[in-house]
Design a binder for this molecule. Structure first.
Ligand SMILES: [Zn+2]
Length: 383
């Protein structure tokens, strides 16, 4: 066991040095939602509780973090919720001016890095957050939002989601409506990246036909490995590459490994008695899941895919579409399982080390770890 930890430690050190000549960018972290839901403060030591906190993000070498601003469509005012989420992060920044800064354009990143600060921006998750109102989109931009996924799992009045396109029988409309196209054009004009993660295929192709700027998929993986509606098919990956955009690979075990959902069902089946008992006591499903995951860590750990599978997804995009179109969009604190070793935001050096071992040059590494995303951001900023 001791040798295992020593190897792990050395691998991580190797990764930190490989990572050091790159600007590490992660495009999707759900900490804000988790913190508003549970009252966690970002600048506290949350080891063992969340994937993310301020000091661990810095220890993991992250230079730029896109903080997901999200609530499901059930809230009375998703827009109000978004404003509160932003207020919460800004309060943390105010308390920690030496450690963290909110940036509003890609040029400000250099300063932040020079001063040793974590740079933060917002990524709004779900077009429902702007409540069909372009002036609200504008305000979210003014406050530092630099991408928005046009949908979450729920469709908006103007764009259909991957979930609804696959599962909903009486879907009101498929693809983008005229207003949906207007949203895309407005985002292009503002310099807010259009994010196709969570989007249905019909909407995806409408976006590709409408946008005049490169798009991102902030947290999506490869359909060829795991045919989940949230993953991207080869022709979508190629279209994003032709558009000059980037796919930021999601770390969720269920998106990476096609056998994960089956293993998870078997796990819940093995503990059916407890599940039934909790459910009959009206404990919500997500808490039942969290409770059982905490209670049986050994079994949960056995369901996790190897880190090499995440590298396979990255490699697949590189081989299909080119090294300029792939990056990292962890989804930390929005997922219950990630590949072995990726336990929290301090684990990024393991990815750098594994890519290096796979033969990635320093230049290629720098593109995957953040360079590609920064190129797309700069392209979006051009007037
Ligand atoms: Zn998501």
């Amino acid at each position: 066991m001791r040798i295992f930890f020593l190897c792990y430690f050395l691998f991580s050190i190797n990764g930190l040095s490989a990572q050091s000549s790159s600007i590490l960018v992660d495009t999707h972290n759900d900490f804000l939602y988790k913190s508003l839901d549970s009252g966690y403060a970002f600048d506290k030591d949350l080891r063992g509780i969340t994937h993310t906190d301020l000091d661990r993000l810095r220890a993991g070498g992250v230079k730029l973090q896109f903080f997901s601003v999200f609530c499901d469509g059930e809230k009375v005012s998703p827009y109000r919720y978004a404003m509160t989420a932003m207020d919460t992060l800004e309060a943390v920044i105010k308390r920690n001016p030496g450690k963290m800064v909110l940036i509003k354009n890609s040029r400000e990143l250099k300063n932040a890095i020079r001063q040793g600060k974590l740079a933060a921006v917002y990524g709004v998750e779900g077009g429902h957050m702007m409540e069909n109102d372009l002036s609200k989109l504008q305000t979210m931009y003014d406050r530092g939002t630099r991408y928005m996924t046009l949908t979450w799992n729920n469709s908006t009045d103007w764009a259909s989601s991957a979930f609804d396109e696959r599962f909903k029988k009486d879907i009101a409309h498929k693809g983008l409506t005229d207003f949906g196209k207007q949203v895309v054009r407005k985002m292009n004009e503002l310099g807010m990246m259009v994010d196709v993660s969570h989007l249905g295929e019909t909407s995806f192709w409408d976006v590709i036909a409408t946008t005049v700027k490169p798009v991102i998929a902030s947290h999506s993986s490869v359909y060829a490995f795991s045919p989940h509606q949230r993953n991207l098919k080869d022709e979508q990956i190629l279209a994003i590459a032709r558009n000059g955009g980037v796919i930021q690979v999601n770390f969720y075990s269920g998106f990476l490994d096609s056998s994960y959902e089956r293993k998870k069902s078997a796990f819940f089946n093995d503990h059916k008695k407890e599940v039934d008992s909790l459910t009959s006591a009206r404990v919500p499903d997500y808490l039942v899941e969290a409770f059982l995951f905490l209670k049986y860590p050994e079994e949960v750990s056995q369901m996790r895919p190897p880190l090499s599978l995440l590298i396979d997804h990255i490699d697949y995009i590189k081989n299909l579409a080119g090294i300029d179109h792939v990056g990292l969009g962890s989804d930390f604190d929005g997922i219950e399982s990630a590949p072995l070793g990726l336990n929290d935001v301090t684990s990024y050096p393991l990815i750098a080390a594994a890519l290096k071992e796979r033969g990635y040059s320093r230049k290629e590494l720098a593109k995957v770890l953040g360079g590609n995303l920064l190129r797309v951001w700069r392209e979006n900023e051009k007037r």
